[in-house]
Write a protein that binds this ligand. Sequence first.
Ligand code: 13P
Ligand code: SF4
Length: 295
Amino acid sequence: MKKEKKAVILAHNYQRAEIQDIADYVGDSIELSRKAMEEKEAEIILFSAVDFMAESAAILNPEKKVLLPSKGARCPMAQMLPVEQVKVWKKRYPNVPVVLYVNTLAEAKAECDVCCTSANAVEIVKALDAETVLFGPDHNLAWHVQRKTGKQIIPIPERGFCPTHMLFQKEDIEILKSQYPNAVVAVHPECMPEVQQIADFIGSTSQMCRFAKSSDAKEIVIATEVGLLHRLRKENPDKTFIPAYADAVCPNMKLNTLERLYLTLKNEQHIISVPKAVAEKARKALENMFTLLSR
Ligand code: 13P
Ligand code: SF4
């Protein structure tokens, strides 16, 4: 069906193993955005992930038909910062730049100065000529950025979070560390501060893959959605990966199944479209991210 429809399949690192195995490319949110933006050959981009990632693809490559395999695959964190809220915070702090995590809906992105992902949030905030920054919607990522940049980060909303990453507990990881005394701990910055504080490495999903490859450690505790373990084990058959919490599943990411991918392609359904005026402003915020990164 992929060949027949001249489609390319982009899959996030949290997708089910069988989807990762048939995808043309598997990556984190910044890598998938770049792939979508640079895609020339394919007529259809089947984006196996959640709503905001497919929306970014549609914004960055408006020539292509972007399909999401499950209409209901929405990131709850992205819903925590409606555009009206962004406008309220901007009024409250008129001269403060707004940095939004890509885990936001297009309408919210359209109101910010620049986007970021977990792979580059620190770099983006450092690059801004401002000591105070409005940052949303993830309160934990905001904490990570404040810690790494020393700048004043105002989280918007005050307590935006990822329900899946909130499942990781410091105590569970401490027990694993006593069971595997030689293990190192890699965590996603969406985890709570106390979990980040006991980590050996903090980074995006693909950065965790690169860390796993380059680390001398043979045992690695992983604190992110369990879908990443498939890729880690495939790429590092000689290493042992231990989930910090085995039930850390993002139910929205897991709505996508092979059958749904097939049917979505076959019927060319669940087309992602963003109103032109919103898309133009949101594209500027995404492009500002790429510009700041290439400086
Ligand atoms: P990454 O960009 O690290 O893949 O993160 C996306 C995400 O949704 C994490 O929960
Ligand atoms: Fe959203 Fe969390 Fe799922 Fe990532 S893991 S898509 S942040 S709910």
